[in-house]
Design a protein. Sequence first.
Length: 553
Amino acid sequence: MLSVNRISKSYSTDIILKEITFSINRHDRVGLVGPNGCGKSTLLRILAGEEQADSGSYAFTPSDLRWGYLKQGFSPAPGDTLLSTLSLRDHEVTQLAEKVERLAASVASSPADQALLKFYDQTISQLQAASEQAGRVPEVLAALGLSQFSLDTPLSFLSGGQKTRLGLARVLLGDPQLLMLDEPTNHLDIVMLEWLEDWLARFQGGVLVVSHDRTFLDRTVNRILDLSLETHSLKEYTGNYSAYVAQVLTEHARLQAAYQDQVYEIRRMRQDIERTKNQSLSVELTTTSRQPGVRRIAKKVAKKAKARERKLDRYLESDERVEKPQAGWQIKQNFFDTSPAGESHISQSAIRLEQVSIGYPGFPVLLQGLNLDVQAGQRIALTGPNGCGKTTLMRTIAGKMEPVSGRVYVGPSVQLGYMSQEQELLDPQLSVVDTLRRVAPFNQTEARSFLHYFLFTGDEALNLVGRLSFGERARLTLACLVAQGCNCLLLDEPINHLDIPSRTRFEQALAGFDGAILAVVHDRYFIRQFARQIWEVHEGTIQRNWSAVDQSQ
């Protein structure tokens, strides 16, 4: 269906893609993973014809293969509606039908005109496709949870998740045989994620998908293409995301063992060379010219030592030498209690909601009659459809909004830490270490040592906040909250904009915190690793669900 042969792409002197080669066949489900900035979206734009490669080629088989491309981040033009976005104007079918009638009359007059016959066949195919597409609109919109909107609804009325679904609808209405999806899971709630997984399971064509949702990749793909930020090349793995991580870890362990064996062997060779040199030198020092035989032997020993030394130097400069394997983002790390004073424990009830209703003045109440509590050390995931009031609830608990009614109780020993989606509290002009010292009484050494727990190592602590990635900012925000002594964290979509390596690092940094956490999150892999209880928003209230943690797997 798709063959890619040695595609390369650079921007100025920055290499993005280097001789990328792979193929996708019917029924293939291929996940494209790698850190932000490694070229995943660039590769998809090249395959969709929106950018040109510097070298290499790609081909669809057959040449008229129907393919669908979902861009990352759907940005409609001002004034766009569902109707204009889906290109489903009623008069299009009528115009095509009239065109077919005119062409039929022309074919009757000139039946031997092969070019006219071909154009006639193509127009009939267009009419059939347009008719089928128009007929499928209600079905597709209903499946994607958009049937409540009329086709003249402005897209400015839609949430981020609804716009993602609309983009999917536009792709699916084209009846594609090959799908190229760039972050199709962005902003989707769990219900829609599961719908998309089920739909892809039934899809009969090939799929190339970029996603940072690890559970989605586990449930949908059978191959992984790992695009390296360092080498700009691809490495292919068989199986889903979990199988890919297992293979990476196995390969890392093998390389680590080979490197360790090499270290021992080099040490042994150097000790042998040194011992041989010392033996020769000792003979030189303890003999005289009247003992030529012994000295000749000593010189041969010295030459042997020199030969071994040259051999070792050649080996160290050769391609045979095993480089020390670097611990990639897949490698787990263990962390200790990151609280600066070691006092992150809180009273038994950290937060309690008593008959709380939330919303905005002049608008319908979003959630009502909430009687919930967060206990010391609990890990709670708050889930629910887009626009159901999750962020509003977090802002209300954090004291940034007043409840419509009821009472939010925060324990006397509780210090809340609130991480919003925007990370607007970070000053882009400050360095990482200065940002931390601004909120905690650390000297330079203490601050850098503390930041190590949040995976800022070496000179990374000196980088300006304005140059940090989303993932680095999320970890820095978390570090600041913990350093301030916060023992109950409210995290609103903390990993929403993060790639898989950044999500993994954030999880590692969060692992050392032993206070209570309430997090709005849709990433089921994160939920499975993190949550001990799930709060689900359903029909204007919240249901506590302990068993859902296991079901999310």
